[in-house]
Write a protein that binds this ligand. Structure first.
Ligand code: 4AZ
Length: 273
């Protein structure tokens, strides 16, 4: 943790840090503020949203959920590189023996959908854990999900990436900024913001690294209140029906002056995927 910037903090890690008395997030936001300020989402409307799970490491009450992910091909799931870090998993991903992707399930306490094991993990070699630049990893599933659960990925120059475009973020993360984790999938409507907004919010120097628009995407609610939060990391930001970002980092949750920072998937995902 650097200063007040939160990153690499998944839901359960937040709980562990909170229990240890560490400051884990910036100031609380308004109540009901996924996803702060969000509303329930139906998995039928967002079949590409998945949960990353290890019950051994994160406990069984919320099916071991610790990050989000998104299906971009029947056997390929994108998530944030920081979700697979040693400080999150306590080891390498392949050492987490009950690591599964939960697909087709909105209610973590329910039995819907399927749990699929991971045969391979690829962490972007250009990912920089100090700055969070290039925060992307690809999981290969042992068995294929239906093509109907695949979302297309926005490419550089697509209108979906234009500032001002409405975008929806999905996850099971903190709904209050105070460590209240959702057990059913939620979504919040934000908008793609200009790089300049996040450059001003996150100038670097002092606490934290600067926002870097080449590998990061800025999005939020100009009024504040709607945002991704801890535990949403790795989950999708969708605009015009296309994947534009992965939840990566930010300062606090839902504060108008501190937008969410997402992985700019169009810039970081290698063409071969
Ligand atoms: C996190 O720690 C995190 N408000 C994710 C998203 C945001 C802040 C923190 C953005 O996983």
């Amino acid at each position: 943790m650097r200063g007040s910037l939160t990153r690499a903090l998944t839901g359960a890690m937040g709980l562990i840090a909170a229990a240890a008395g560490q400051a884990v997030t910036a100031a609380p936001v308004a109540a009901d503020s996924v996803v702060v300020g969000g509303r329930p989402a139906r998995i039928a409307d967002a079949p590409w949203v998945v949960a990353l799970s290890s019950r051994d490491r994160f406990g069984g009450t919320r099916a071991g959920q610790f990050c989000g992910g998104v299906v971009v091909a029947p056997t390929k799931v994108l998530t944030a590189a920081h979700c697979l870090g040693r400080e999150v998993l306590g080891g390498e991903p392949w050492e987490v023996r009950d690591f599964v992707v939960i697909a087709g399930r909105a209610a973590l306490r329910g039995q819907g959908g399927q749990e699929v094991r991971v045969s391979d993990t690829w962490v972007n070699p250009d990912y920089d854990p100090t700055t969070n630049a290039g925060d992307l990893a690809v999981l290969t599933l042992v068995s294929a999900l239906p093509q109907s659960s695949v979302i297309g990925v926005a490419r550089e120059g697509d209108a979906a990436l234009t500032p001002g475009t409405e975008a929806d973020v999905f996850g099971w993360g903190d709904t209050t900024g105070n460590g209240t984790y959702a057990s059913t999938l939620r979504t919040a409507r934000v908008q793609v913001l200009p790089d300049s907004t996040c450059e001003q919010a996150y100038p670097g120097g002092g606490f934290g690294a600067p926002y870097q628009g080449d590998t990061m995407l800025c999005a939020g609610d100009p009024q504040g209140g709607k945002d991704a939060c801890q535990g949403d990391s790795g989950g999708p930001l969708v605009a015009k029906g296309l994947l534009v970002g992965l939840v990566s980092w930010g300062s606090g949750c839902g504060q108008a002056e501190n937008p969410g920072v997402y992985t700019r998937v169009s810039a970081v995902l290698p063409a071969r995927f």
